[in-house]
Design a protein around this ligand. Structure first.
Ligand code: NAI
Length: 272
C-alpha cells in the first residue's frame, strides 16, 4: 500500500545490484511513493546489466559513478539535478565492500591496502557524497541522506572483519557531517542499522547463513527483510521524520536490545 509519502521529491539511489539488493527495494518503494530519482552504481556493476530492468520499471535514469571518485560523484549530483529538474530531496548510500572479507583474510592479519580500499568504498564515499552535495548546494532544506550499516560497529562479531571498523567510521561520518549540514542547510543525515539480509554483499561474509538464523532467533520480531528496510528508509526520506538527524537507527526486529531469547536458550537445552 502506498501513501504518496515522497510525492514530488527527487532522489539519488546508489547500490542496487540485483533484485536482492536493499537499494533495489528502496527504489521500488520510492517509485510507489511518488518520487522521481536517478539510480547509480559503480561502472563495473553496470556491466552485469540487471540495473536496466529496475530503471525501466521505475522510470529512472542511470548515472554510473565509482563512489570513491569525487569527480564521478560531482558528475552524479550535477547531472541528477539536470535530469530531475531541481535540487535533490533524498539520497541513499547503500554501498559496501571489503577486499579482506572477499579474500577471507583474518581480521588480525589484515592487508592494509585492502583495508584502505574497503574504508574508501564503504565509508569515505559517504563523506565524499555529502561533501560534494554541500559544495554544489544540491540538496533541498529538510532533505534526507541515509546510509546503511550493521551492528558490528558497536559490538564485536567474530566474522565481520574490517567492515566493523569501516561501519563505525560510516556512522561517525553521519553524526559529524549531520551536525554541519544541519546547522548550515537543514539537511538530515542518518544511518540505518539493518538485520542480516540475504544479498550479494551479505552472503559474501563467511558463515553468514548460519548467523542469519541465529540473529533471527535472537530477535523478538525476527530479522527485518530488505523490503521492510526499504519501508523504513522511505519514512526517513519523508517529511514525517523532519527532526530526525545524526542518528544510528536500528532496524532489526529488536535484536540490538535483546540479551537472550527463549528460542536460543532452548537450543542449549536450557528451560526458560
Ligand atoms: P549489495 O551487494 O546488493 O549492494 C552493495 C552495493 O555496493 C552493490 O550494488 C555494489 O555494486 C556497490 N558498490 C561496491 N563498490 C562500489 C563502488 N566503488 N562505487 C559504487 N558502488 C559500489 O548488498 P546489500 O546487502 O544490499 O548492501 C547494501 C548496504 O547495506 C551495504 O552498505 C551493506 O554493508 C549494508 N548492510 C547489509 C546487510 C546485509 O546483511 N546484507 C546488513 C546491514 C547493512
Amino acid at each position: 500500500m502506498a501513501y504518496n509519502l515522497l510525492k514530488g521529491k527527487r532522489g539519488i539511489i546508489s547500490g542496487a545490484l540485483n533484485s536482492s539488493s536493499i537499494a533495489w527495494k528502496v527504489a521500488e518503494k520510492a517509485h510507489e511513493e511518488g518520487a522521481t530519482f536517478v539510480l547509480t552504481n559503480a561502472p563495473i556493476a553496470m556491466r552485469m546489466g540487471e540495473l536496466n530492468a529496475l530503471a525501466e520499471k521505475t522510470g529512472a535514469e542511470i548515472i554510473p559513478a565509482d563512489a570513491t571518485s569525487v569527480d564521478d560523484i560531482t558528475n552524479l549530483f550535477t547531472k541528477s539535478q539536470e535530469i530531475l529538474g531541481g535540487k535533490i530531496d533524498f539520497v541513499l548510500h547503500s554501498i559496501g565492500m571489503s577486499v579482506n572479507v572477499r579474500k577471507n583474510i583474518p581480521y588480525t592479519e589484515a592487508n592494509y591496502d585492502y583495508f584502505q580500499k574497503g574504508m574508501d568504498v564503504s565509508a569515505l564515499s559517504f563523506h565524499k557524497m555529502l561533501s560534494v552535495a554541500k559544495k554544489l548546494d544540491a540538496i533541498n532544506e529538510w532533505g534526507s541522506v541515509v546510509a546503511l550499516t550493521y551492528a558490528a560497529a558497536q559490538r564485536t562479531y567474530s566474522f565481520y572483519n574490517d567492515m566493523a571498523d569501516i561501519k563505525a567510521a560510516l556512522e561517525s561520518i553521519a553524526r559529524s557531517f549531520g551536525y554541519h549540514y544541519g546547522v548550515e542547510k537543514k539537511v538530515r543525515v542518518n544511518t540505518v542499522s539493518q538485520s542480516p539480509t540475504k544479498t550479494t554483499a551479505g552472503s559474501g561474509i563467511k558463515g553468514f547463513g548460519d548467523f542469519f538464523d541465529f540473529a533471527d532467533a535472537m530477535s523478538p520480531l525476527g530479522n527485518a527483510t530488505a523490503e521492510q528496510c526499504a519501508d523504513y528508509c522511505i519514512t526517513l526520506f519523508s517529511d514525517l521524520t523532519r527532526m530526525v538527524t545524526m542518528q544510528n537507527l536500528y532496524h532489526d526486529g529488536g535484536y540490538s536490545s535483546t540479551g537472550v531469547t527463549s528460542t536460543i536458550l532452548e537450543k542449549f537445552g536450557i528451560d526458560s
